[in-house]
Design a protein around this ligand. Structure first.
Ligand SMILES: [Zn+2]
Length: 494
């Protein structure tokens, strides 16, 4: 990067608020004192580190959560959030994804993982262990400046720029205060290094940081009031969405699908996820302005968030439950579907035919199912089929809709393969429902597939020991063993 060509106003205008606001301070005359400048530069490093760590950690918890060592760290030491802990969280989560993404290479990287891949390139390829570039030259200049760095063996080839930043922070608090002249020498190197880091981080401007102020439905369109936290300000906007996606009072990262039609169209969210409870938006009790707070400490059920902009701290008790939920999840006591309010990223990572839909969709899905049942009673099979299909489309987890649609198809179609698959889907979603497994047992019985008929009849009786019809069918099936299927079939039909 040519640092002269690097436009600092682009950071102030476009980067996520907590980075841009703090970076803007660096440019203000009133903070020109080298001692303060040095601290401000380190603060920008800190906020970048914490922002990235939060994103990758949220992604890990929703998408993976399968690394015990990492889980122990998040639920244990991570409660005391030193810079070193944030740095370790970022490094370890990204390392985990580096392996996972390599393993899944042929399937391609999609959704939030696109951002994670970009972060991996950023962290490992640009800032650790590779080539000589401006960045390494700058890092190498710092190392001889204080014995502090020699002791911890910082080298641009085995440590990241964030390791260097943590060392600088530690140096500041553990060694005697330096002269203004000395701080100036550091600043001369650190400023271009920071610019370099931010320049390479440009990809995060594609992901809108956004706070949901109000959630509303108008004429079946979800019309929310959100505050974009990009640039230096919270910019309030109305956001029309086809689906609810967002919860009130939550901080999200949104990725838009590009506009394909006219510019008047509502943007379509490709994916989104919450950053809470590590990052939250709250009206600061001290300065009354909306601020983004970063989790600072979570010890003995005492919670403390700190802010980079107004320097105040905040202790909202309602977030404690979310953190407890995360702990319970990491300890295996709670399933991912119960974890937090921000279920969107969880939905994304589930396989397609297993999508959990929004509460609104679930309700509409049930309305469609009722309609389908009504038409089926009236023998309007085509309409019953149509509405039960709509119910499935709205909520792929609606096992009653799968079953209903399968029954409609059995009435209308000769080919049983599809309805059989659908009943299996219903069983998979609600294995305890004897009605489904018995229906499947009967279908197999009718079509002479006796082994499978036995299997599903037994399944039915296991779930519903008093199921008389299933017991009768099993008697017939057992007595038919070795007597030839077609005879039994005829007997049963008569
Ligand atoms: Zn404040």
């Amino acid at each position: 990067m040519d640092s002269k060509s690097f436009d600092s106003s682009s950071i102030i205008d476009r980067y996520p608020l907590l980075i841009s606001q703090h970076y803007a301070k660096l440019k203000e005359k009133k903070y020109a004192d080298p001692n303060i400048q040095f601290d401000l530069i380190l603060e920008v490093f800190a906020v970048i580190l914490k922002y990235l760590s939060t994103i990758v950690c949220r992604c890990y918890l929703f998408n993976d959560g399968g690394d015990n060592k990492l889980n122990d760290f998040i639920s244990g030491e991570f409660k005391t959030l030193s810079d070193g802990n944030w740095n370790r969280l970022l490094r370890d989560c990204l390392s985990r994804y580096k392996i996972l993404l390599r393993q899944n290479k042929e399937e391609g990287v999609t959704g939030p993982l696109i951002m994670i891949q970009q972060m991996i390139d950023y962290y490992f390829n640009k800032f650790q262990g590779k080539n000589n570039n401006d960045h390494y030259k700058l890092m190498e200049q710092i190392i001889p400046m204080d014995d502090w760095f020699k002791d911890i063996q910082i080298s641009p080839h085995n440590k990241s720029v964030f390791d260097l930043f943590v060392s600088l922070r530690n140096m500041k608090s553990h060694t005697p205060k330096k002269s203004s002249k000395e701080y100036e020498t550091y600043i001369e190197i650190l400023k271009p290094l920071l610019d370099h880091l931010l320049f390479e981080l440009e990809f995060i401007t594609e992901y809108q940081l956004c706070f949901v102020k109000e959630v509303k439905v108008e004429k079946e369109i979800f019309s929310h009031t959100v505050k974009y936290a990009m640039g230096r300000n919270f910019e309030t906007t109305k956001l029309d969405l086809e689906d609810s996606y967002l919860n009130k009072d939550e901080l999200y990262i949104l990725k838009w699908e590009k506009h394909t039609l006219g510019t008047d169209d509502a943007p379509k969210i490709d994916w989104s996820f919450t950053l809470g409870p590590y990052l939250i938006v709250a009206e600061c009790p001290a300065c009354n302005a909306d601020q983004i707070f970063i989790l600072n400490n979570y010890k003995n059920k005492k919670i403390n968030f700190r802010n980079f902009t107004c320097t105040h701290t905040y202790s909202p008790p309602e977030i404690l439950k979310d953190l407890d939920d995360i702990d319970a999840y990491l300890a295996g006591e709670k399933s991912i579907s119960n974890l937090l309010k921000g279920k969107i990223i969880g939905e994304f990572f589930k396989v397609d035919d297993n999508l959990a839909d929004s509460p609104e969709k679930r309700i509409t899905s049930n309305t469609m199912l009722q309609k389908s049942r009504k038409y089926l009673k009236e023998n309007e099979i085509i309409l019953a089929l149509k509405f039960s299909q709509e119910a499935i489309d709205l909520n792929k987890d609606n096992h009653e809709a799968w079953f209903e649609n399968a029954m409609c198809k059995i009435i209308t179609l000769e080919d049983l393969d599809k309805p059989i698959c659908q009943v299996k889907k219903a069983i998979q979603l609600a294995p305890e429902k004897a009605q489904y497994s018995f229906a499947l047992a009967e279908i197999y019985f009718e079509t002479g597939k006796l082994d499978k008929a036995i299997q599903y009849t037994q399944h039915t009786i296991e779930n519903s020991p008093s199921h008389q019809e299933a017991k009768n069918l099993l008697k017939i099936l057992n007595s038919s063993n070795g007597n030839g299927g077609s005879k039994v079939n005829n007997d049963a039909k008569s």
